[in-house]
Write a protein that binds this ligand. Structure first.
Ligand SMILES: NC(=O)C1=CN([C@@H]2O[C@H](COP(=O)(O)OP(=O)(O)OC[C@H]3O[C@@H](n4cnc5c(N)ncnc54)[C@H](O)[C@@H]3O)[C@@H](O)[C@H]2O)C=CC1
Ligand SMILES: O=C(O)C1=N[C@H](C(=O)O)C[C@H](O)C1
Length: 264
């Protein structure tokens, strides 16, 4: 039996790619394509909106559905609303949306005591592998004699609404833990004084249609390491979210990441 999937934020840049890829997957049946009450495409066929064939699934607002699992690529407030919905109907949920406030993250963590949730700022296999490499690099370089300056540079399209990216923040968490660093510095301007060894620097570049690029710089005296991962389109995220959705069905309540989904 195919996994019955609902996609929340289905008319967005990511939602459309999830619809397009899931509709070609014999293990998936799209049963709901959910959008905001203000979406001007409500009622239109989700497959057609995604640039493909008619699926017989109209874009609709959230309501009861036959879904086995939900994928969310929307905005933080809508993400919280879909968590509420999944709690009510006991549905597994893949949260790919970024930019949540800390109280919203706490709410998601509490919800995961009742339903299974995959919550990850990047669904990409390549990005999650580079997270693993970053952890290794951080641990190896922690006590490097000349000191190591870590800076995280992310580049995204001009439409992105949160900065730094959820992925950059996750890279920062990994570095902070591996290297026991405590200061997070977002951009620099003016007479900032010398860089302190405790800093992790973040730089968010917004240009054109860039689907996402992250570079973790480990700068020593005499040599530099850069770990860079770049998407050429959004399909890596859509494919990862679909993989996570299939993996999540039947799992016990809990908070999972792509680390668990990918077995990293
Ligand atoms: N975890 C990952 O791998 C990735 C995460 N993202 C994140 O996913 C989110 C969406 O990204 P995009 O698709 O580029 O944005 P987008 O703006 O193109 O799409 C968001 C969609 O959510 C819809 N929406 C807004 N309010 C809603 C509501 N109340 N109910 C249902 N739908 C609602 C919008 O109408 C829109 O269609 C962002 O937070 C982004 O950072 C994006 C790419 C990869
Ligand atoms: O908004 C995007 O596009 C992306 N957002 C995610 C993030 O904030 O990390 C993931 C990816 O980089 C694309």
């Amino acid at each position: 039996m195919p996994t019955k999937l609902a996609i929340h934020g289905a008319a967005g840049r990511m939602g459309r790619r999830v619809v397009a890829i899931a509709s070609q997957d014999s293990q998936i049946e799209i049963v709901a394509a959910l959008e905001s009450a203000g979406c001007r495409l409500l009622g239109q066929d989700a497959g057609v909106v995604a640039g493909g064939e008619k699926l017989g699934v109209p874009l609709s607002v959230v309501g009861e559905s036959a879904a086995d699992v939900v994928i969310d690529f929307s905005v933080p407030d809508a993400g919280i609303a879909i968590v509420d919905h999944c709690l009510k109907f006991k549905k597994p949920l893949v949260i790919a949306t970024t930019g949540f406030e800390s109280d919203q993250k706490e709410f998601i963590a509490k919800a995961a005591q009742q339903i299974p949730i995959v919550f990850a700022p990047s669904m990409s296999t390549a990005v999650n592998l580079v997270m693993k490499l970053t952890e290794i690099a951080g641990k190896v370089l922690k006590d490097y004699p000349s000191g190591v300056d870590v800076e995280i540079i992310e580049r995204h399209h001009r439409f992105k609404e949160d900065a730094p990216s959820g992925t950059a923040l996750k890279f920062g968490e990994i570095v902070a833990e591996a290297m026991e660093l405590t200061q997070h510095v977002h951009g620099r301007e003016g007479r900032t004084g010398k860089r302190t060894p405790q800093e992790i620097g973040y730089h968010a570049v917004r240009t054109g249609d860039n689907p996402g690029e992250h570079t973790i710089v480990f700068g020593m005296l005499g040599e530099t390491i850069e770990l860079r991962v770049a998407a050429s389109n959004r399909d890596c995220y859509a494919q990862g979210a679909i993989l996570a959705a299939k993996w999540l069905v039947g799992k016990p309540a809990g908070m999972y990441g792509m680390k668990e989904v990918l077995g990293l």
